[in-house]
Design a protein around this ligand. Structure first.
Ligand code: AMP
Ligand code: ZN
Length: 117
Protein backbone atom coordinates (compact mmCIF):
# COMPACT_ATOMS: atom_id res chain seq x y z
CA UNK A 1 0.00 0.00 0.00
CA UNK A 2 1.36 3.46 -0.89
CA UNK A 3 2.29 5.34 2.27
CA UNK A 4 2.76 2.19 4.38
CA UNK A 5 6.20 1.42 5.90
CA UNK A 6 8.29 -1.00 3.82
CA UNK A 7 10.37 -3.63 5.63
CA UNK A 8 13.25 -3.37 3.16
CA UNK A 9 13.42 0.45 3.06
CA UNK A 10 16.41 2.21 4.62
CA UNK A 11 14.56 5.48 5.17
CA UNK A 12 11.52 3.77 6.72
CA UNK A 13 14.03 2.27 9.17
CA UNK A 14 15.44 5.73 9.94
CA UNK A 15 11.88 6.99 10.54
CA UNK A 16 11.29 4.04 12.90
CA UNK A 17 14.57 4.70 14.76
CA UNK A 18 15.94 1.28 13.74
CA UNK A 19 18.94 2.84 11.95
CA UNK A 20 20.72 5.86 13.44
CA UNK A 21 20.80 9.19 11.65
CA UNK A 22 21.85 12.72 12.52
CA UNK A 23 18.42 14.29 12.66
CA UNK A 24 18.35 18.08 12.29
CA UNK A 25 14.59 18.64 12.30
CA UNK A 26 11.47 16.57 12.74
CA UNK A 27 7.78 17.33 12.36
CA UNK A 28 4.66 15.18 12.71
CA UNK A 29 4.97 14.19 9.05
CA UNK A 30 8.64 14.65 8.07
CA UNK A 31 12.21 13.97 9.16
CA UNK A 32 15.34 15.85 8.07
CA UNK A 33 18.76 14.27 8.61
CA UNK A 34 22.32 14.71 7.38
CA UNK A 35 23.34 12.77 4.28
CA UNK A 36 25.91 10.11 5.17
CA UNK A 37 27.95 11.00 2.05
CA UNK A 38 27.68 14.80 1.89
CA UNK A 39 28.20 16.55 -1.44
CA UNK A 40 28.39 20.03 0.11
CA UNK A 41 29.06 21.59 3.54
CA UNK A 42 25.32 21.35 4.16
CA UNK A 43 23.67 18.25 2.70
CA UNK A 44 20.43 17.33 4.41
CA UNK A 45 17.75 14.87 3.26
CA UNK A 46 14.14 15.80 3.97
CA UNK A 47 11.75 12.86 3.80
CA UNK A 48 8.08 12.21 4.45
CA UNK A 49 7.61 9.72 7.27
CA UNK A 50 5.23 7.81 5.01
CA UNK A 51 6.75 5.70 2.25
CA UNK A 52 6.33 6.81 -1.37
CA UNK A 53 8.78 5.74 -4.07
CA UNK A 54 9.63 9.15 -5.45
CA UNK A 55 8.63 12.81 -5.48
CA UNK A 56 6.04 12.45 -8.23
CA UNK A 57 4.19 9.56 -6.62
CA UNK A 58 4.30 11.39 -3.29
CA UNK A 59 2.79 14.54 -4.81
CA UNK A 60 0.13 12.54 -6.67
CA UNK A 61 -0.96 10.47 -3.67
CA UNK A 62 -0.43 12.99 -0.86
CA UNK A 63 -0.03 16.58 -2.10
CA UNK A 64 -0.17 18.12 1.37
CA UNK A 65 2.62 15.83 2.50
CA UNK A 66 4.68 16.82 -0.56
CA UNK A 67 4.15 20.44 0.50
CA UNK A 68 5.28 19.55 4.04
CA UNK A 69 8.56 18.22 2.59
CA UNK A 70 9.11 21.39 0.54
CA UNK A 71 8.27 23.62 3.51
CA UNK A 72 10.75 21.71 5.64
CA UNK A 73 13.56 22.23 3.10
CA UNK A 74 13.08 25.95 3.66
CA UNK A 75 12.96 25.54 7.43
CA UNK A 76 16.20 23.51 7.40
CA UNK A 77 17.87 26.09 5.12
CA UNK A 78 16.94 28.82 7.62
CA UNK A 79 18.20 26.72 10.52
CA UNK A 80 21.47 26.13 8.65
CA UNK A 81 21.66 29.88 7.84
CA UNK A 82 21.78 29.28 4.08
CA UNK A 83 20.85 32.25 1.90
CA UNK A 84 21.12 30.15 -1.26
CA UNK A 85 20.64 26.46 -1.63
CA UNK A 86 19.47 23.80 -4.05
CA UNK A 87 16.69 21.28 -3.61
CA UNK A 88 17.04 18.11 -5.71
CA UNK A 89 14.75 15.12 -6.16
CA UNK A 90 16.41 12.31 -8.12
CA UNK A 91 13.90 10.05 -9.82
CA UNK A 92 15.07 6.79 -11.40
CA UNK A 93 18.44 5.08 -11.32
CA UNK A 94 19.57 6.98 -14.42
CA UNK A 95 19.24 10.19 -12.42
CA UNK A 96 21.09 8.73 -9.43
CA UNK A 97 18.18 7.59 -7.27
CA UNK A 98 19.42 4.84 -4.96
CA UNK A 99 16.83 4.90 -2.16
CA UNK A 100 13.23 4.31 -3.22
CA UNK A 101 11.63 6.45 -0.51
CA UNK A 102 10.95 10.02 -1.67
CA UNK A 103 13.53 12.49 -0.41
CA UNK A 104 14.61 16.04 -1.08
CA UNK A 105 18.33 16.71 -1.10
CA UNK A 106 18.99 20.14 0.40
CA UNK A 107 22.46 21.23 -0.67
CA UNK A 108 24.24 24.45 0.22
CA UNK A 109 27.22 26.14 1.79
CA UNK A 110 29.31 26.21 -1.39
CA UNK A 111 29.04 27.59 -4.92
CA UNK A 112 26.39 25.72 -6.91
CA UNK A 113 26.89 25.58 -10.67
CA UNK A 114 24.02 25.95 -13.09
CA UNK A 115 23.11 23.95 -15.09
CA UNK A 116 23.76 20.99 -12.79
CA UNK A 117 25.46 17.86 -14.13
P1 AMP B 1 19.53 9.25 -3.95
O1 AMP B 1 20.83 8.73 -4.53
O2 AMP B 1 19.00 10.50 -4.59
O3 AMP B 1 18.50 8.13 -3.88
O4 AMP B 1 19.85 9.69 -2.47
C1 AMP B 1 20.05 8.79 -1.43
C2 AMP B 1 21.00 9.45 -0.47
O5 AMP B 1 20.92 8.76 0.75
C3 AMP B 1 22.47 9.45 -0.92
O6 AMP B 1 22.92 10.80 -1.04
C4 AMP B 1 23.17 8.70 0.21
O7 AMP B 1 24.43 9.24 0.54
C5 AMP B 1 22.18 8.85 1.37
N1 AMP B 1 22.23 7.82 2.39
C6 AMP B 1 22.33 6.47 2.20
N2 AMP B 1 22.31 5.83 3.38
C7 AMP B 1 22.19 6.79 4.33
C8 AMP B 1 22.13 6.76 5.76
N3 AMP B 1 22.16 5.61 6.46
N4 AMP B 1 22.03 7.94 6.42
C9 AMP B 1 22.00 9.10 5.74
N5 AMP B 1 22.05 9.20 4.39
C10 AMP B 1 22.15 8.06 3.70
ZN1 ZN C 1 10.42 3.90 3.01
Amino acid sequence: MPGEPQDDCLFCKIVAGQIPATIVRETETTVAFRDINPQAPTHVLVIPKAHYENAGSLATAAPELAADVLRETQAVAEQEKLESYRTVFNTGSGAGQTVWHAHAHLIGGRGLHWPPG
